[in-house]
Design a binder for this molecule. Sequence first.
Ligand SMILES: [Zn+2]
Length: 232
Amino acid sequence: MSLQKMLEYQKTDLVYYRQEKELRESEERKRAVLCKNKFIECNNSLQELSKALSGYFAAMQKLAAKITETEEMKEQLSAEAEFKTEDDFIQYENQLQEYEKIVNELSKEFTKVTKSIADAAAQNRAINDKMDALNREYMNSTQAFNKKKTEFETKTQAIRATLDNLAKDIEPNYLKQYMELRKNKKMPAFVPYMDKNCGACGMDIFIEVDKKLQNPGDIAECPHCGRIVYKK
Ligand SMILES: [Zn+2]
């Protein structure tokens, strides 16, 4: 008797379930989800970029310190220079040239890092613009989806009331198992035992369930798909 109620409930619920599925798979929802995913993607790129920028800044600070250090060494060299012989002078000149070479190299590096920072900043702006656009699109698509959802709720009000009424007469344990299967999108959840086979997945379940399915209305769980199999 209670199984009969359960099956009645399922029959009505299948109509509601299809409508729910339609809403879930609607263009409006797909668009909103797509926007959201793209937004998350952008956000990740932004974080990557931020990490790269921190690295560039650290490199720049190091370089700046090195340049200062090298220049200080050069000044010290000039201050302490003594030219007793021509060789002293030549040696001094050589050292000076060496320092200039190092400073030039460092300056070049510095320019390179500065350019990387500028590039990253431009990229950052581009991503931010893209995120602004995505955010607007997300708002629009969400609005469209919410409208559709409200329509759905109005449209399904009667069927939901019917289901609530039917649910009152069903054994709680049946309903609980049904809802669990429904949540996992295993619909229909209650299926007939058909000639040794599960009425949903079609597997031969004779060995596992036949003993439990002796009288009409008996139920058992299909060991393959997890649905509830009942004896007609
Ligand atoms: Zn099955």
